[in-house]
Structure formats: structure tokens, C-alpha cells
Design a protein around this ligand. Sequence first.
Ligand code: AOF
Ligand code: ZN
Length: 366
Amino acid sequence: AAAVRCQAQAEDMDGHYIRRCVELARKAEGHTSPNPMVGCVIVRDGRVVGEGFHPKAGQPHAEVFALRDAGDLAENATAYVSLEPCNHYGRTPPCTEALINAKVKEVVVGMTDPNPIVASKGIEKLRGAGIDVRVGVEEALCRKLNEAYIHRMLTGKAFATLRATLSMNGIVTNQIGKGADQSGGYYSRLVKEYDGVIISSNLARMSTLPVSHEAGANQPLYIIIAQGEGSLLQIPFLSEENASKAIVFADSPVTVEPAGVEVAVLREMDLESILQLLAQKGLCSVLVDFREAGEGFVSLLNNFHEEKLVQKVVVELLPVWLVSEGLSNLAFGGSQSFLLKNMEHRECSDNRNMEAHVLGVTAVAD
Ligand code: AOF
Ligand code: ZN
């Protein structure tokens, strides 16, 4: 019984330290692409002696920072890593070597690395060196952390999230919640988690685009879809200095102002090709922003479901009831809106089908 209890305790500790690895990894959220976010903790005699995370592609991996932090105390210690240690010479030398040289006794791995040049070879290498390796601790959490990286590795496409703002009566609007684009606002919080944001040329033509104002926050690449444009597209939110923060996908040649913005002319403007091209450029995740979406932009989503091109949907529900002309489900400009207040939500489950979770939202009319 004592042995069983002891093992249960060890498993608890494994989970505890891998959760800490994930927390550390997240410190670099938005900065690691095309690399994954990875965290590492070194524990000796029940005490944390080193911690580290991968800050940015090209820089050392999480294990290296944690081993440096631990120094000589890494000998005979247990290393916890949210992702399998690499076993290849990439931009940096293999982490398996660093762990072996540091003489750690055990390695606990959250999940194996889907990168075909790693894929379990790291684990084999460590085991071959006589290190005890446990794999698959808090695996679901580790997968969630790097869902975009994993998706790109397995499909060669960027992970796509659709976002839209809806009125209470379900009309897609071009507004974002008041203050939503301010530092810490919902939109800027969302944007900094993505490597890129796909927007319509209509939105790009508007004066300012919300970006994250937080110091050091990731600024995404703006991917502008220009269909049936004239010969000139002006993008007021960009200057020549930050022209590299955008790329235009157009269906015919177009001159872009400011100069210096990359333009890619695609004969067929489909979401699949766009997500492949973005993955090749090293983007793991993109947010598809629906504001000011015209018909061409909306048609990008034809077949997205069959082709499994979209992985997630995010909506922001505004406390307004919109009365739009002709009852279209897209409302811009001149529509009338009634402001509501005291919004509340609760999750309601359909008893016949437990998979269906419905969010019930109420708000008070003035
Ligand atoms: C680890 N620890 O912290 C990370 C790993 O170009 P490189 O040398 O940075 O290698 C990138 C690959 O290494 C990346 O695609 C992924 O397979 C792995 N990332 N591995 O052991 C880390 N970031
Ligand atoms: Zn590595």
C-alpha cells in the first residue's frame, strides 16, 4: 500500500511540474513561431533548482535555460519538459545532449514532438543513455498549448480561427466592443496570441487598426485580402517603416501604398492556398477578422468545413440590438442600434444531447 501511495504521489508531482512548464512556456506566447512554446523545470530532492522557457526561434531551447539556471545541481535531478527534447542540430544544438552532459537522472515529457525530424528520436536517445524517461504527462494541456504548432506540423497549413462580432440579434457587425482595442482589451488580447490576422481590404483602408499596445507584445502580420481591387490599394495604418508588417494577397496586380508591402498575386484566391503559403512563411496561427468583409472575403470560407480549414471560432457579443436594412446578416454603417446593458451569460446544456452547450445571454433594454 505504501508503494502504491508513493507512486500516486510521484504522478501528482509529475503533473504539478509539467503544469509549471506550461506556465513558463506561455511567457513567450506570440513570440516563438514557427517554433513551439516550451517550458522546462529541473527538480532535485523535491526542490526546484532550475527553470527556463524557449523565448524565440533562433534562441536556445527551454532545457538549455533551465540547465543553466540549475548549474551543478542538475546532476541526478529530474528534468520536466512540456515537449519532447530535440535530438537534432537545428538553429541550436540538441537538447538531448545538454541533458545527458548535465547527468540528469530522469526526464518527464509532456508530449512527443510531432516535428518529423524529432518524433520520438529524442526520447530514444535519452533512454539509450540510461536516463529514465516518462512520456505523456498532462498531455492534453501540452497539446492545447501548442495546438497551432502541431496543426502546422501535421497539415502544412496555418491554424485558423474565425472571429466575428455579433449583435444580440445575431448580426455580424464591423464594430468591436468599446475599449476592446485598448491595451488589455479583448481584441488586442486575442490578436497578440496570433502570428497573423487576415483582414479585408475594406478594413485595411480604414484609418487605424487595433494592435496590442502592451509593451513587448507580439504584433501580428496583417494579411490583406484584395479581390477585385482597382490598381491602387492604400493602407493608412502602415508606414514605409513598418511595411513589412503586412502582406497583400490579390487576385490581380495592384500597387500598394506605402511602398514595400509584399504583394502576392494568386490566380485562385482560396483559403487553403493562403493558409499553406502562410505556413511556408513560418506562421503557425492566424485570426480571420470579419469586419468589413465583402462578398469576396466571405466566399473564402466556401467549403472550409469539408476541407477542415478552420479550427476555431471566436465571437464577441455586443450589448446592442441592430436593426439593419433588408434584414441582412451583415450590418455596416447606417443601421440603427439599441444599446443594452447589464449583460449576463450562463451555459445551458441540452439534456438530449450533452455535446450541445448553448450559451444563454441576457441584457437589459434601456
Ligand atoms: C526542444 N525545446 O524549447 C523547443 C524545441 O531551429 P531550432 O534549433 O530552434 O529547432 C526547432 C525545432 O526544435 C522545432 O521545430 C521543434 O521541433 C523543436 N523545438 N525543442 O527540445 C524547445 N522549442
Ligand atoms: Zn531542443
